[in-house]
Design a protein around this ligand. Structure first.
Ligand code: PLP
Length: 377
């Protein structure tokens, strides 16, 4: 039986057209060189920059290509020059990705963590309180959460941050390609995106900044990316990113159809096991993501059992070591540990069909019923 891939939030498989374009661009020259090979590479990089700018409502000059979403988030955290003075503190939500949370912790600045409610939505009253002191802050809030898909009220946050004279950075890595995402519409100062979440290659991302924002480099070298990120550009990766952005823009209209599949999947799971907990279900969410748990199950065991059944999903937060650690996101939402320790994340994408969802439902319900039998013995 063919495998079922339901882990698009971890990585969306590269689009065949993008793979071909990347393979071809691997033969290009160094984009900083002045000869014909270099000029060809430069032209390809700038075409990709223009596509990404259009995809994300940014200006091409405001884009800094990086080695991925993580580096883009780290670079954003080095923004220090607020209009009202020097930034001395960082405010983050309690559910940020480690690319933001750990970079904030390592920044040497004061870090205040703003709590979220039981659905994982930022507490705006707590944000107001954190912004009640006059010193400017760098506020970091993700657009969509990688584990639950929950969307943050970025417009409301942006109004508050601007009124305070602070800076707003949004991690848009999971939102890109799943909802329309525009730096201009969000009214944030900077936005991070990553190619492999939208069907591009891994190892390339970008920080998009509003015109005039000063970004100090974290990587020093030959002055590439207008002095904001040293190092020869990853030409092939950037070409793939630009094409993936273009193709994703064309596909956004299909997001509601994906939402119907996800909703049916959740309805079927609930019908089989009414005690199932679906995290963030009462908040606006990405239409492709479902994160759910059941007391008594263990994420690692569930992920392995589903893998044996030919289905790929994640255990909440995927960890680089392959080991599943406790989810800080579900902790911040106040989910009891016996429920969160059995949580899995199912994320649908462009090739997901109804049969894939049915197989997931059937396999997960089997695991849940084993639990019931064990309890009855
Ligand atoms: N931010 C979020 C919300 C993510 O989900 C991820 C990756 O999963 C990242 C940042 C890091 O992106 P990358 O894998 O491109 O380094």
């Amino acid at each position: 039986m063919s495998r079922v891939y339901l882990d698009y939030n971890a990585t969306a498989p590269i689009r065949p057209q993008v793979q071909d374009a990347v393979a071809q661009a691997l033969g290009f020259g160094n984009a900083s060189a002045v000869h014909a090979e270099g000029r060809r590479a430069r032209a390809a990089v700038e075409t990709a920059r223009a596509s990404l700018a259009e995809f994300c409502g940014a200006v091409p000059e405001g884009i800094v290509f990086t080695s991925g979403g993580t580096e883009a988030c780290n670079l954003a955290l080095s923004m220090r020059a607020a209009p009202a003075g020097k930034i001395q503190r960082i405010l983050t939500s309690a559910v940020e990705h480690a690319a933001v949370g750990q970079a904030a912790a390592a920044s040497g600045l004061v870090v205040d963590v703003v709590p979220v409610d039981e659905n994982g939505v930022i507490d705006l009253t707590a944000l107001d309180a954190a912004l009640s002191t006059p010193d400017p802050a760098l506020v970091c809030v993700m657009v969509a959460n990688n584990e639950t898909g929950v969307l943050q009220p970025i417009h409301e946050i942006a109004e508050r941050v601007a009124a305070h004279g602070s800076l707003l950075f949004c991690d848009g890595v999971q939102a890109a390609g799943k909802i329309p995402l525009s730096l201009e519409d969000l009214a944030c100062d900077a936005l991070a995106v990553s190619a492999h979440k939208i069907g591009g290659p891994m190892g390339v991302g970008a920080l998009l900044t509003r015109p005039g924002l000063v970004v100090s480099p974290n990587i020093f070298g030959g002055g590439q990316e207008l002095g904001r990120r040293g190092g020869s550009e990853n030409v092939a990766g950037i070409v793939g990113f630009g094409l993936a952005a273009k193709l994703s823009a064309d596909e956004l209209a299909r997001a509601p159809a994906l939402g119907e599949k996800r909703d049916r999947l959740e309805t079927d799971l609930r019908a089989g096991v009414p005690e199932i907990r679906i995290f963030g279900a009462d908040a606006p969410r990405l239409s492709n993501t479902s994160c759910f748990g059941l007391a008594g199950l263990h994420s690692e065991t569930v992920v392995m059992a589903l893998d044996l059944a030919g289905i790929s999903v994640s255990a909440g937060a995927a960890c680089s070591s392959g080991k599943v650690s406790r989810s800080h996101v579900l902790d911040a939402m106040g989910v009891e540990h016996d429920v969160s320790s059995g949580a899995i994340r199912v994320s649908l994408g462009r090739d997901t069909n109804d049969t894939d969802c049915d197989r997931l439902v059937e396999s997960w319900l089997k695991l849940a019923s084993k639990l019931e039998h064990a309890a009855a013995q």
